[in-house]
Design a binder for this molecule. Structure first.
Ligand code: DC
Length: 221
């Protein structure tokens, strides 16, 4: 597909803590494009399934519950059925459980349309399967990685900034566990699209990562 001038679809995939959200948000801001954090959708669904005590393998109840699940993004806030869940979806129990829910094929297919809304206006989207499944025709595909230790350190610092008292070893274990589940699942596993540009951000500054991606996106200006 030829690049859509001024309205490109730019996707960022990669493992937990690779910096996709912060980098993606900044790239979107600098290019004047909307930003889509698809991990937030999986997190919000996980929050509601845990509240309703619906297990990931209970596919019948899970799909039934999803029919009345209305999610919206506005000004960096995530709202479900009128409730602002922006902070609640970042809780440690959501970190622990989200990979189990996001491995359910029926759940993944039910949110494809939500993710593709607004694509004709261009966007920056981040997740695990943006370049492989959701936006296979994206104009620019970036696969961000970093060592598990660097990614755990970023999550640790984020939590410190939020006033929490995180445990680095626990976070590192969680990062490795989620990588394993996300990469080995049968449906839409975490992997780079064959036409993605891979960028290892270990040791790179935030600004450098943004600059590299903006450099690749310059052809859409
Ligand atoms: O990026 P994140 O940590 O907020 O993502 C939360 C979980 O959601 C992650 O463990 C994998 C899953 N996820 C996914 O399977 N596909 C996506 N496109 C985005 C996230």
């Amino acid at each position: 597909m030829p690049p859509r001038a001024g309205k490109p679809v730019i996707v960022l995939d990669g493992p937990a803590g690779a910096g996709k959200s912060s980098v993606g948000r900044e790239v979107a801001r600098r290019l004047g494009l909307p930003f889509l954090d698809t991990g937030a959708i999986y997190r919000a669904i996980t929050l509601f399934m845990l509240r309703d005590e619906i297990a990931p393998h209970d596919v019948g109840r899970l799909t039934e519950r999803l029919r009345s699940f209305h999610l919206s993004f506005s000004g960096g806030r995530v709202t479900v059925c009128g409730e602002d869940v922006t902070n609640a979806i970042r809780a440690p129990e959501i970190d622990r459980e989200v990979s189990l829910y996001s491995a359910v094929p029926e759940l993944r297919s039910s949110i494809l349309d939500i993710q593709r809304q607004g694509v004709s206006e261009g966007l920056v989207a981040e997740g695990r399967d943006m370049g492989t499944v959701v936006f296979p025709d994206a104009d620019l595909k970036i696969f961000l990685t970093a060592s598990p230790e660097a990614r755990a350190r970023r999550r640790y610092d984020e939590r410190l900034d939020r006033g929490e008292t995180p445990d680095y070893e626990e976070i590192l274990e969680m990062v490795n566990r989620r990588d394993a589940i996300d990469s080995k699942r049968d449906i839409a596993p975490l992997k780079a699209a064959c036409d993605a540009i891979c960028l290892d951000t270990t040791g790179m500054s935030f600004e450098d990562v943004v600059a590299v991606i903006l450099g690749h996106a310059a052809r859409f200006a």
